[in-house]
Design a binder for this molecule. Structure first.
Ligand SMILES: C[S@@+](CC[C@H](N)C(=O)[O-])C[C@H]1O[C@@H](n2cnc3c(N)ncnc32)[C@H](O)[C@@H]1O
Length: 280
């Protein structure tokens, strides 16, 4: 007996325990397997699915039921004003990181000189690409320790026709060319190893190297702030995303290390999320 689009959409009930957006997830998966828009699915709900298409849809629904994030199943994620390819080698870019991009671009506003900018821990390339698209005269160096992540980042830059980013394999500032930067931005891993288990099932699909840092999640931030000052020009900015309970420690550490204009910001959800500072 053929299954209609409407019947397939009703399968969203089975996702209610895993997803707060079960209806949307179901539409996205059905749209993916049929190649039709979500609007089409709703307006042609009486149309039937072939057995092969329904089987494929059910397989993707099963993956979602098992907690796999929708972005990994679809292979892409919207970020800032573009779409990024994602796979299990990269962190799925988060809305709070769009806030980091916003703050970073605010620092670069009205600066038209050929600036040199670094993105540490670039992952999918999300931050570097958002900055690079703003001004093709800026040169961005993007570093990651994961070769597989860099493959994805390079593919995203090519797909979005961004040519002012150079990608480098390496560890934080050690991966950068020996240059002085006008701005360094980083979204490093900041989850404590003990904490990861409690942060939701979806996280178990994302690479640990992108999420977890030793020293209660502070180790990567600590390495970055100790080394970034040697790569910053006078008056240059350093901006970092951090965990909800790390802002005070980060601010105090930056002040101890001699950074100036140290300030913390809350993200769109009202959670302490970003610290900015200058090297003077
Ligand atoms: C939280 S993810 C951020 C990814 C991306 N920038 C974003 O905001 O969506 C952290 C990234 O840092 C990378 N990473 C972890 N340790 C690193 C290291 N020692 N040096 C450079 N990158 C590292 C991970 O591979 C991962 O891509």
């Amino acid at each position: 007996m053929p299954i209609s689009l409407q019947q397939a959409l009703r399968d969203s009930i089975s996702l209610r325990n895993v997803s707060e957006s079960s209806a949307l997830d179901t539409e996205l998966l059905l749209s993916y397997v049929t190649g039709k828009s979500r609007e089409y699915l709703r307006t042609h709900s009486e149309e039937s699915l072939s057995i092969e298409t329904y089987d494929k849809f059910q397989y993707l629904m099963l993956r979602r039921k098992q907690g796999e994030p929708i972005a990994y199943i679809l292979g892409n994620k919207e970020f800032w004003d573009f779409d990024l390819k994602v796979n299990k080698s990269v962190l799925i870019p988060r809305p709070e990181t769009e806030f980091l991009v916003e703050q970073t671009l605010a620092k670069l506003k009205n600066k038209f000189a050929p600036l040199r900018i670094a993105d540490l821990g670039t992952g999918s390339g999300a931050i570097a690409i958002a900055i690079a698209r703003k001004n093709s005269g800026w040169q961005i160096d993007a570093v990651d320790i994961s070769e597989d992540a860099l493959l994805v980042a390079r593919e995203n830059a090519a797909m979005l026709q961004v040519s002012n980013i150079e990608f480098h394999l390496g560890s934080w500032c050690d991966g950068l060319p020996k240059e002085q930067y006008d701005l360094i931005v980083a979204n490093p891993p900041y989850v404590a190893p003990e904490q990861k288990l409690f942060l939701g099932e979806g996280l178990s699909f994302e690479p640990s190297v992108a999420l977890v840092a030793e020293d209660l999640g502070f180790a990567a931030l600590d390495t970055i702030i100790r080394t970034a000052k040697f790569y910053l020009k006078k008056d240059a900015w350093l901006l970092m995303e951090h965990g909800h309970d790390q802002q005070k420690k980060l601010v105090d550490s930056l002040k101890d290390l001699g950074y100036k204009n140290v300030a913390g910001h809350k993200d769109y959800a009202g959670i302490d999320r970003i610290v900015e500072c200058k090297w003077i």
